[in-house]
Design a protein around this ligand. Structure first.
Ligand SMILES: [Zn+2]
Length: 501
């Protein structure tokens, strides 16, 4: 069979108009692509009426829920149990850890009254993150070394009054994540948890989202407020920007001291606990997913995350409508029984319109069923990633769908990995840093230090390029090959520099 022809004429979108085609240049005009795909694939709606708060529509929410479930299952396999804490945090709890409150205070939404004039005695914060909600209860629940390790997570929304420009999924004032909060007897156990968090992130982002990650220890000036250190699992989008999939924070006993989380050890002595927290950002990872794999014709979902994995389109000749429909229904039932998310599009639209509709939405596989397929007992299968067709016998269909689905995810991984491998370039001088960032890449540089005194050099880079020091690779002792290009001091680390969302 032939390849689909590309480059269809595009129509401007309006809310009422039926979608005809989608074709935007994702690389050269990313902003338009992103705006249009949001609107036309019905991913999110920004007309809610509060800046930074967006509505996630069904096509997005189905995938978000799949992502949640996959990650939750992995956390539970690693010994975490689910909990649900209230969204409102009393002010007196929020302000207990000094660095924490200083870091978050400017972004907190406050709830101060009910009705017209019942002013609360104590203002309540909408959680910007849940340490201050959870740890006062941990102080009551945890008594002895026998209670440890204590690993809990919740799947919730959080609110931060972000003052930067907002974008659906990538930056907003409300976002959806999982937060895991863990308590240990020793610092070693806590540090091992940070590593486990990153292994979970890597497994999820690389395995299911088909996107490579780089694990970076953040500079001291960019760590989680109140933490000892912060590690992030990041990806690089096609426009060269870093996106933070998850962070894991070693809290030491900083929060335990503030919230009085103590335990009695094996020698009957009372000790402050060691803590960690972990936050995979589900809605942001979703943003990374659609941006990374989409092409000029719309979205492409990895097979395991597609809201619909297989769409069935009938293409009957005159007089054969019934037979083709019957066959489509049989195939739908067969695939559904095998566990696939499948949809038989038996609407009145023309087949070509249905093709565009589901291609733009990123459905990985399409079955085209006409008279010949019915007669020959076959199905024509269209692959969204390569836009090619193949034929499968009906008997082998379940196997072929499974296999082709996996091959599509592998192809998406291959493309993302190629991009990732080409995203980093070494820079020796300030001019080279600027050049690399301008080319939408990330720079790898010699850097004086990630301790606070390196901040001045970082700020100079930020001012000139808009890029941040994202950090140093975790677990890989990369040796600097020169001095810091900003201050001339001997470099202690190899740092990664880039723009981010
Ligand atoms: Zn320096």
């Amino acid at each position: 069979m032939t390849k689909q022809t590309k480059k269809q004429p595009r129509k401007e979108s309006t809310d009422q108009e039926e979608i005809v085609t989608f074709h935007y240049d994702k690389v050269d005009d990313f902003s338009t692509w992103f705006t249009e795909i949001n609107k036309r694939a019905e991913l999110s709606d920004q007309r809610y009426g509060v800046k930074g708060l967006v509505v996630f529509r069904a096509w997005t929410t189905v995938t978000l829920k799949i992502m949640y479930r996959l990650l939750e299952e992995d956390l539970e396999r690693h010994g975490h149990l689910p909990v649900i804490f209230p969204a409102l945090v009393p002010e007196s709890n929020l302000i207990k850890e000094a660095q924490h409150v200083e870091g978050f205070a400017p972004e907190v939404f406050w709830c101060t009254r009910s009705g017209a004039d019942n002013i609360f005695e104590e203002p309540l914060a909408l959680r910007p993150t849940s340490e201050s909600a959870i740890y006062p209860l941990y102080a009551l629940w945890i008594r002895s070394w026998r209670d440890l390790p204590f690993k809990r997570y919740q799947s919730v929304a959080i609110w931060r009054y972000d003052t930067k420009m907002t974008r659906p999924f990538l930056r907003g004032r409300e976002f959806y994540w999982i937060e895991a909060h863990n308590v240990f007897a020793t610092a070693k156990d806590a540090e091992d948890q940070v590593l486990e968090d990153l292994a979970i992130t890597k497994n999820f982002v690389e395995g299911h989202l088909a996107i490579p990650i780089i694990v970076l220890i953040r500079p001291q000036w960019d760590k989680f407020p109140g933490a000892v250190y912060t590690v992030a699992g990041e990806s690089i989008l096609p426009n060269g920007r870093f996106i933070q999939n998850s962070t894991s924070h070693m809290l030491g006993d900083n929060f335990a001291r503030a919230y009085n989380v103590k335990f009695v050890d094996e020698n009957e002595e009372e000790q402050y606990a060691q803590q960690t927290c972990f936050g995979p950002g589900i809605s942001r990872m979703y943003g990374g997913l659609i941006i990374m794999h989409g092409d000029d014709d719309g979205l492409i979902f990895p097979f395991s995350l597609a809201p619909i994995q297989v769409v069935i389109i009938p293409i009957p000749k005159k007089g054969a409508k019934k037979a083709v429909e019957e066959r489509c229904k049989e195939l739908e039932a067969k695939l559904r029984k095998a566990g696939f998310r499948v949809y038989f599009d038996n609407t009145e639209k023309r087949p070509g319109d249905k093709y565009y509709h589901w291609e733009m939405r990123g459905v990985p596989l399409r079955l085209e069923i006409g008279n010949r397929e019915v007669q020959d007992n076959t199905a024509t299968i269209f692959r969204r990633d390569l836009r090619t067709r193949e034929t499968s016998s009906v008997d082998n269909l379940t196997k072929t769908v499974k296999k082709t689905g996996n091959v599509i995810t592998k192809e998406l991984w291959r493309r993302a990995k190629t991009h990732f491998d080409n995203s980093f370039q070494n820079a020796d001088t300030f001019e080279e840093i600027c050049e690399i960032i301008n080319q939408n890449k990330a720079a790898r540089i010699n850097f004086c230090t990630l301790e606070m005194k390196g901040l001045e050099c970082a700020e100079k880079i930020k001012e000139a390029t808009g890029a941040d020091i994202r950090g140093v690779k975790l677990g890989e002792d990369e040796k600097p090959w020169g001095s810091c290009p900003m201050c001339g001091e001997p470099a202690t680390v190899v740092a990664y520099v880039g723009k981010s969302y």
